[in-house]
Design a binder for this molecule. Structure first.
Ligand SMILES: C[S@@+](CC[C@H](N)C(=O)[O-])C[C@H]1O[C@@H](n2cnc3c(N)ncnc32)[C@H](O)[C@@H]1O
Length: 287
């Protein structure tokens, strides 16, 4: 099988006339701003991306991404996998009507298979790697998803997961859980996988900076609160709030580098391996 190309296949979106509202230069400037401390989500994004960058070298072979959305981290995995299969849940996308057609057009670029993580439409032992980033908080029965991900893994294959811990409510009303590392470890071990790494992303200082800047945006810089929990920044308030968020995030980012308390973290990552021998490595529960 050939190596995966960077990013998703070319989309037919342009041909069906979706109007792109910005010139490429403005779009590029906006993309740069979103990846700089001027975005109130910068610190959150930076630590999540850093955590996924660390997971990527554990991926190999054919990889399934459960809850792939727009595959925001596709290029990080490209050097390590032979094929990237993206699966997402259609009802969650359909919820976003009346944006439905745009969403479906966008999904064509990133979603290979529509399906439910609780009943994956694949045979046992189909994938060398299963990835799932920031999905388990959105599923009412996360344990079923973890069991399914373990089932479709080949023996010796790896499960790579990130979950949030200190995060505002998002994608309301489909936001059900936050995970401690102990709950995450237990849920994964109970499926028979062997946990190799479990790590916090960011620490106390990083969480304060990320939450503080989102607080600034939500309380002083927003023009509208949307039903899914997100806010629309006000253009004129942003002139003050974005630089304030940049200052706060930079200060707490530097603090996160010189302090080590991780009793609060932005989230956790886990790497777990499916044992080679069937049934081997299954954890014995103490409670
Ligand atoms: C917060 S987004 C994360 C998207 C992406 N993995 C990322 O890291 O940016 C959660 C995603 O999980 C998907 N999802 C929710 N429930 C699901 C389920 N039961 N099966 C598969 N995907 C699901 C949603 O449609 C959504 O795309």
């Amino acid at each position: 099988m050939g190596r995966m190309s960077t990013g998703a296949p070319k989309s037919p979106v342009g041909r069906v006339g979706v109007v792109h509202g910005r010139t490429p230069l403005l779009a590029r400037l906006n993309a740069w701003r979103k990846r700089s401390p001027l975005s109130p989500y910068w610190l959150d994004w930076k630590f999540l991306r850093g955590a996924i960058e660390k997971l990527a070298p554990s991926a190999r072979g054919v990889m399934l991404d459960v809850g792939c959305s727009e595959r925001p981290y596709g290029e990080l995995f490209a050097p390590y996998v032979t094929r990237y299969v993206g699966l997402d849940y259609p009802p969650a996308l359909l919820d976003k009507q009346p944006e439905l057609w745009k969403i479906l057009d966008r999904a064509k670029r990133s979603v290979d298979v529509f399906g439910d993580g609780r009943r994956l439409p694949f045979a046992d032992a189909s994938f060398e790697t299963v990835l799932s980033t920031e999905v388990l908080e959105h599923v009412l029965s996360p344990r079923a998803v973890v069991e399914e991900m373990a089932r479709v893994l080949k023996p010796g294959g790896r499960l790579l997961v990130t979950v949030p811990f200190m995060q505002p409510l998002h994608e309301i009303p489909s936001d059900f859980y936050r995970y401690t590392p102990f709950a995450l470890r237990r849920m994964v071990e109970e499926t028979g996988l062997v946990v190799e790494v479990i790590e916090p992303r960011g620490n106390f200082a990083a969480s304060l900076g990320a939450l503080g800047s989102q607080y600034l945006l939500r309380s002083f810089g927003a023009s509208e609160r949307q039903s899914d929990g997100s806010v629309i920044p006000s253009r004129w308030k942003s002139l003050i709030v974005f630089p304030a968020a940049a200052f706060l995030q930079t200060a707490f980012y530097l603090l996160s580098k010189v302090t080590t308390d991780d009793a609060v973290a932005l989230g956790y990552s886990i790497v777990a391996r499916k044992p080679e021998a069937p049934g081997g490595g299954r954890a014995t529960l103490s409670a």
